[in-house]
Design a protein around this ligand. Structure first.
Ligand SMILES: O=P(O)(O)OC[C@H]1O[C@H](OP(=O)(O)OP(=O)(O)O)[C@H](O)[C@@H]1O
Ligand SMILES: NC(=O)CC[C@H](N)C(=O)O
Ligand code: SF4
Ligand SMILES: [Mg+2]
Length: 481
């Protein structure tokens, strides 16, 4: 049986995109770029290329390395321009028909699109489009964009895409490939990242700079919120098709999602996480012998906590790196081993010690409870916990697959109650202003918040139309993956 592990309760990464225009190794570079973005989505991956005559598409369930490392697969992706995607589904299920890039034949030629984000009015749009005659091939929230482009009254693809995107709500960093163009666009709030790079004179668009590093491309700049870049053989052109708005980049990218070695909106993610740990040590100090990270996601904040507090840092929990997000679970007994499949206490180090565990976030609290128990059983005398983000009280609708609000422990329990539920001697969270300070701000601007922080504050920066209108979008065809 292939089942989801006990870790499936948490915030999942989202998706990653990568595109290159005008390079003889386009498909191989894209596969490498997607490999660097694997942390953003492990369910499926896909690449579409164009060779001047035809488009080629390879979309597979599974990891990039498993599916896109073979010469025959890359050999089928002919041409000097490609776009690719790694997916963690937020809408429509994980089946192959929802794996991106999505592709459509328009009157004006082929069109492939890869999307990071999630649309909050996709169901409503789907219903309206179906009533108008559209036939949907997937249940992905990305597909309505294709139908909106197809039915647009505008002439040129850039105007048609703008027309389509002006009707969608939510978050998107998109890249699209046509016969003549590679297009990149970020939603007006810039919730998800997108950067421009350059390799051997060929422009690259991708989610994070770590995907530029792996192929040796230079980082050129972030695509701005609300900006559309159109790359052709003549170069890179920039458009501002939407009304300007104050940006609301996802603060959780800094806390958890982005890779620590990426530069995101001008900040190094690792440096921000260390700064977050330093803020946390000032806001919620702990009188202990050791700072222990919950690996890997809690490690940079724990280093920052230790440096700022002067308390020694040590690896009191060791992680098994070969545990995937989903794997074969032969029996229930093994499934119930839960967190031990992934994490193991470093007993000699913990015995008799007062320790503070530092993790990036508490979602349902189930992992934290098991880790605390495990560290106590390994002999720790006191176990305190400090969390490098505010309590997660609300779900995300912008490209991150989160449990619903009622599954989030902080939505119904106070910090003291969470502390006793997970069994710690003391529990402290970073405040929302502390998080903003770690990002170099004086604090959260209540009138015009500088980031999206809705999962901490409930302050959603766009309408949540499908949710508020309870739009029904039942899956009519259920396919095997
Ligand atoms: O409060 P809980 O619901 O129990 O879970 C919280 C944990 O879940 C995430 O890690 P996860 O184990 O998913 O993966 P990671 O290795 O990416 O940190 C997160 O980083 C916390 O460590
Ligand atoms: N996590 C994402 O960004 C996913 C993109 C898109 N919403 C999908 O479900 O495929
Ligand atoms: S709700 Fe949270 S995870 Fe989602 S975009 Fe906003 S800050 Fe990021
Ligand atoms: Mg974690």
């Amino acid at each position: 049986m292939v089942a989801t592990t006990a870790y499936d309760d948490h915030f999942h990464d989202e998706c990653g995109v990568f595109g290159v225009f005008g390079h003889s190794d386009a498909a191989a570079l894209t596969a490498l770029g997607l490999h660097a973005l694997q942390h953003r989505g492990q369910e499926a991956a896909g690449i579409v290329s164009f060779d001047g005559l035809q488009f080629f598409s390879e979309r597979h369930i599974g990891l990039v390395g498993d599916r896109f490392s073979k010469p025959d697969v890359l050999g089928r992706l002919k041409g000097d321009r490609t776009i690719g995607h790694v997916r963690y589904s937020t809408a429509g299920g994980a089946g192959l028909r929802n794996v991106q890039p999505l592709f459509a034949e328009f009157a004006g030629g082929g069109f492939a699109v890869a999307h990071n984000g999630n649309l909050t009015n996709a169901h409503k749009l789907q219903i309206k489009l179906r009533q108008g005659g559209s036939i949907f091939q997937s249940t992905s929230d990305t597909e309505p964009i294709i139908h909106l482009i197809a039915t647009s009254q505008e002439k040129k693809i850039v105007a048609r895409l703008t027309d389509a995107l002006s009707q969608v709500e939510g978050a998107y960093s998109l890249i699209a490939l046509t016969e003549k163009k590679l297009i990149g666009v970020r939603d007006p709030l810039g919730v998800r990242p997108l950067v421009l790079g350059m390799i051997d004179g060929a422009p690259v668009l991708t989610s994070e700079t770590c995907a530029l590093d792996i192929i040796g491309a230079d980082f050129v700049r972030d695509i701005e919120p609300g900006e559309m870049v159109v790359i052709t053989e003549d170069g890179v052109e920039s458009y501002r098709p939407f009304d300007p708005k104050p940006s609301r980049f996802c603060v959780f990218e800094y806390v958890y999602f982005a890779r620590p070695d990426s530069m995101v909106e001008g900040r190094n993610v690792y440096a921000v996480r260390k700064q977050i740990g330093a803020e946390l040590s000032r806001e919620a100090p702990a009188d202990v012998d050791l700072v222990i990270p919950v690996p890997d996601s809690g490690t940079p904040a724990a280093i920052g906590f230790a440096e700022a507090s002067g308390i020694p840092f040590d690896l009191g929990i060791v992680r098994n790196h070969y545990v995937g997000r989903t794997f074969i679970e032969p029996t229930d007994a093994i499934r119930h081993m839960g967190v031990k499949l992934k994490l193991n206490p470093n007993r000699l180090l913990l015995e008799g010690k007062r320790v503070v565990l530092v993790d990036d976030s508490i979602v349902r609290g189930t992992t934290s409870k098991k880790i605390v128990q495990m560290v106590r059983e390994a002999g720790a005398r006191e176990v305190h916990m400090r969390v490098a983000s505010p309590p997660t009280r609300d779900a995300c609708y912008y490209g991150v697959d989160t449990p619903e609000r009622d599954q989030l422990i902080a939505s119904s329990q106070t910090i003291e109650e969470i502390g006793s539920a997970i069994g710690v001697d003391s529990l402290g969270f970073l405040t929302i202003d502390g998080l903003y300070r770690a990002l170099g701000e004086a604090g959260r601007n209540r009138d015009v918040p500088q980031f999206c922080d809705a999962c901490f504050t409930g302050d959603y920066p766009t309408p949540l139309t499908d949710r508020t209108e309870k739009t029904d979008n039942r899956l009519r065809l259920v396919e095997a993956d």
